[in-house]
Design a protein around this ligand. Structure first.
Ligand SMILES: *Cc1c(COP(=O)(O)O)cnc(C)c1O
Length: 366
């Protein structure tokens, strides 16, 4: 079976982890600091604050901005549920903007239509590794006096006009096992704002400045040095791994773009896609329905994924939630019926890409 994702840990990373194990300093310490330092270089930001998950990164960012009850946060309904859970956790109200028909992302026009006097922040999601049009979103935000939090959980190293994601707003990254960089579980927030960075550090560590100096009400959002060691090893190889993802994507696009009823990922000028997922649309004009195609591919040894099978508001737990304004988003619902993600990860061998292309053509051609 060709898997949809694979974890690849090299010898140097193993050595970093063993070093931490032998040091006796397993919780947050120098290795977390080292990870933050190296991540600052990737994001081009002045500050990076490691936390224990991508979800925590989002919650802490909203808290650091002072966003809570009575505030509205505009985000995408076509995302992993963590984006929405984080807004609810912060006590704010979720308002959805619909995604674009050709990039699965929320853009400035759809967002602007949802801005109300209660809007406090915009929370765009760089889904599948394709960055949102951040210059336009930031322009809208600054004209309305709104904060920007980027859900960059799937977009480590992606850039818009050469500028890395996570440098436009508060950048929230995930290091979950399937992401482009992993620490098993983990996350990180990037920012250029020194005051927000120090608030994030307080929130992360029970609100303590120095020990038992409780300055604000905080939490335990800390990452461990054991996890950070895995991240340092992974981060070192990110450029090479991203290049493999992008090269794999180019090969699949070349092999599949002309299949009837299939829409391959669009390459958007100036917006560098890091291909966390390679997601096609299987439209009504295709020879097979999306779920039937997935089954055919599974029988032929190719795992696929549906990210995501429903808009987030389309579950009772959210539709009926007092903090969720569940307006309908037709493009998100259409996407949830049509999307299929094919393996794209850097551990794929050349002949596996060929197999995926061949089996897709066999299933959908003619
Ligand atoms: C993975 C993910 C998150 C949450 O990250 P965790 O590390 O799993 O908490 C948030 N948003 C998106 C879009 C994600 O893909």
């Amino acid at each position: 079976m060709i898997p949809i994702s694979a974890v690849d840990i090299d010898r140097e990373t193993e050595d970093l982890v063993m070093g931490v194990l032998r040091s006796g300093q397993l919780a947050q310490g120098p290795m977390v600091e080292r990870l933050e330092g190296e991540f600052r270089r990737l994001s081009g930001t002045a500050h990076a604050v490691a936390v224990n998950s991508g979800t925590t990164a989002l919650v802490a960012s909203l808290q650091a901005l002072g966003i809570g009850p009575g505030d509205e946060v505009i985000t995408s309904p076509f995302t992993f549920v963590a984006t929405v859970n984080a807004i609810i956790e912060a006590g704010a109200t979720v308002r959805f903007a619909d995604i674009g028909a050709d990039d699965f992302l929320i853009g400035p026009d759809a967002i602007e239509a949802q801005v109300t006097p209660k809007t406090a922040a915009l929370l765009p999601v760089h889904l599948y590794g394709l960055p949102v049009d951040m210059p336009a979103v930031c322009k809208l935000a600054s004209s309305r006096g709104l904060a920007v939090v980027e859900d960059a959980a799937q977009a480590h190293g992606a850039r818009v006009n050469q500028r890395p994601v996570g440098s436009y707003g508060l950048g929230c990254f995930s290091f979950y096992a399937t992401k482009n960089i992993t620490t098993g579980e983990g996350g990180l927030v990037t920012t250029d704002d020194a005051a927000l960075a120090s608030r994030l550090r307080l929130l992360r560590n029970q609100g303590m400045g120095s020990r038992y100096d409780y300055r604000i009400v905080g939490h335990n959002y800390r990452l461990t040095d054991l996890q950070a060691a895995v991240g340092v090893g992974q981060l070192r190889r990110l450029p090479e791994k991203t290049k493999r993802r992008v090269d794999n994507a180019a090969r699949l696009i070349e092999a599949l773009y002309d299949l009837p009823g299939l829409v391959v990922p669009r390459v958007v000028p100036g917006r560098e896609h890091v291909f966390h997922q390679f997601t096609v649309r299987v439209t009504r004009d295709a020879r097979l329905q999306r779920d039937d195609l997935a089954q055919v591919l599974r029988h032929r040894g190719i795992a696929t994924g549906v990210y995501y099978p429903r808009a987030v508001y389309d579950y009772p737990a959210y539709r009926e939630h007092a903090l969720v304004l569940a307006q309908e988003c037709p493009e998100a619902e259409k996407a949830s019926r049509e999307v299929l993600s094919l393996p794209i990860h850097p551990s794929l061998q050349s002949d596996e890409i060929e197999t995926i292309a061949r089996e897709m053509r066999r299933a959908l051609h003619g």
